[in-house]
Design a protein around this ligand. Structure first.
Ligand code: 13P
Length: 256
């Protein structure tokens, strides 16, 4: 069986002042010294990126954008391109987070364009999908996930190629910032479904290699159980990534 390297990613969203971000990443770097076998990533606000990079120093922490535009440049006030993220030393970009979809009206078609642009540049997209509470209660979870995958990865499907480095993140909207985590069983069920979707649309090798992260109220208390599931390859952490010790504890889950 293919061994997928786990990843723990911190999505800082629109939080932390500059000083707070720099101090946080230093605490994380200290807290994960000696950790091997887990990829660590942080997604700071754009304006903090250069300072966070400097504070990371030699530690192995990947930098990610929280969003980008699909065009390379132009009259798009308020937007940032993938190339700009790369110039800021980002290797990854979170795309299609539910807050982008629900608060800012991003559609799966927009996300598809972004995924294509990021991949073209060699930026690794972390593509988020997930159902709302209403959809879960109406038994529409799998239908919604399938549609989000079909539309957000439409260009991959058209090219019949999905890079195995692509990362997907299952984030049930009802579990984000609510303290209400999906049970490991509920998460595993959807992760399995996503992996089968990759297998169906691409091939077994790609399905075996793509990492699928879980996001939604992940904390030191629930990470071990979540990571015990075969199709959960890591976590996309919001609130608990804003404190150096809880984030480091999540990253060190396999020492618990
Ligand atoms: P919380 O961990 O705060 O629930 O946020 C999850 C999330 O949205 C990560 O992208």
């Amino acid at each position: 069986m293919f061994e997928r390297k786990p990843m723990v990613a911190g999505n800082w969203k629109m939080n932390l002042n500059l000083n707070g971000a720099v101090e946080l990443v230093k605490t994380v770097a200290d807290g994960i010294r000696g950790v091997e076998g887990v990829d660590v990533l942080v997604a700071p606000p754009f304006t903090h990126m250069a300072h966070v990079r400097k504070a990371i120093g030699n530690s192995k922490i990947f930098l990610s954008g929280q969003n980008m535009h699909w065009e390379a440049s132009g009259a798009y006030t308020g937007e940032i391109s993938g190339r700009m993220l790369q110039e800021a030393t980002c290797t990854h970009v979170i795309l299609g987070h539910s807050e982008r979809r629900l608060i800012f009206g991003e559609t799966s078609e927009n996300i598809d364009l972004k995924v294509k642009a990021a991949t073209f540049l060699g930026l690794i997209p972390i593509v988020c999908i997930g159902e709302t509470l209403e959809q879960r209660e109406a038994d529409q979870t799998f239908e919604v996930i399938k549609e989000q995958l079909d539309l957000s990865l439409h260009n991959f499907k058209a090219d019949e190629l999905m890079r195995p480095s692509t990362i997907l993140a299952y984030e049930p909207v009802w579990a984000i910032g609510t303290g209400r985590t999906a049970t490991p069983g509920q998460a595993q069920e959807v992760h399995r479904f996503i992996r089968e979707w990759i297998e169906k649309n691409f091939n077994t090798g790609t399905a075996a290699q793509v990492r699928i992260l879980y996001g939604g109220s992940v904390k030191p208390e629930n990470i071990v159980d979540l990571m015990s599931k075969p199709d959960i390859d890591g976590a996309l952490v919001g609130g608990a990534s804003l404190k150096g010790d809880s984030f480091a504890q999540i990253i060190r889950y396999n020492e618990a």
